[in-house]
Design a protein around this ligand. Sequence first.
Ligand code: NAP
Ligand code: MG
Length: 402
Amino acid sequence: MAIKVKNPIVEMDGDEMTRIIWHFIKDKLIHPFVDVDLKYFDLGINHRDETGDRVTVEAANAIKAYGVGVKCATITPNAARVKEYGLKQQWKSPNGTIRSILDGTVFRKPIIIKNIPPAVGKWKKPIIIGRHAYGDIYKNVESIVDGPGIAELIFTPTAGGEKKVLKVHEFKGRGVIMGMHNTEPSIRSFAKACINYALSEKKDIWFGAKDTISKQYHGFFRDVFGEEVEKVKDKLQAAGIQYRYLLIDDAVAQVMKSEGGMLWACMNYDGDVMSDMVATGFGSLGLMTSVLVSPDAKYEFEAAHGTVVRHYYEHLKGNPTSTNSIASIFAWTGALAKRGELDNTPEVVKFAGTVESVVIETVESGIMTKDLMLIAEPKVEKFALTEEFIDAVAERLKTIIK
Ligand code: NAP
Ligand code: MG
């Protein structure tokens, strides 16, 4: 008998190879076992185009309403994609749109499997990166300076009063300039989301910035983050969670030497760069999960990778593919587990955990896609095709859940 999920989950379909995987997962691993009301939004590029991207906004609002969503990877169109899909315009990144509506922070966590050893031998537990996803160089203004002159930063108070003028540099010749910003509410939201995540996962929090060089900008991040931690000091202490502020260089060195197991809160750029390092360090993009958490505790689960377009083109040519579905499966189990937790339905949480264990056991038994076969130890002789891997998981699952 199917396990009943009490409240709905918001489902966002996506593009290309991941869209194909998505439907295999639903048909073979979800629907046969659970009875869940899925609020479906098709975020595939064609449907976003047809709806003038309204569907993305509707999906984000549905996550706000229901609290839990699961999303397939989607195309963020560039000029070439506009042509390829005959789009009306170069629609914005759906993840960016959803993130700004939910005001969320993205947490990326690798899946650890015994026979897929991390490149960094000491890493035993997942290193989770919490990336502040607003501002700094991602909302900058910048310009090439063509010749001698003076660059200044001017702040004009809306309420009137004196302007503040900072001299950036007096140029003798060619150069570059950039202005960037962040806001206190955004940094507070980020800190709160990190604290919520750390509490829910029982992880220590490390936060690093470069406040020795940038005494005000980075110092502001350090102080605001520290204030939010201070507010919930007792709660963190009761949960056995430690907070460490480190200079970013020290944080990098300490992370490399550690066993892992911490939540590493990163400023926007650090998070962008370090999440790729951590993902590669742990093995494969196909093993990296991602969850967007809003300050009012709404959750959106997804795989960290994209639509795996190169594999999709092979698939379109009729060639077999070996695309790793694990991170997409874990997006579903993450959403189900969170739903079960919020609904107080332990049988749903248990099902999600069972699927995750079965996936890991399947790989540990030597059945895996090509990306993992290349790094597995001990070596395996052959790799599973995309659908074969999901079938192997489904077969095992059937023997456990009757
Ligand atoms: P990608 O889909 O992450 O894939 C890059 C490469 O990484 C692949 O070609 C493949 O390497 C490997 N890879 C990634 N995921 C894999 C998996 N599950 N199994 C096996 N190998 C995997 O990035 P992309 O090809 O640069 O981007 C494609 C599209 O995805 C773009 O349109 C981009 O906008 C979009 N995107 C979406 C999201 C999102 O929705 N969250 C995130 C990133 C990118 P090999 O080819 O060497 O096998
Ligand atoms: Mg990056």
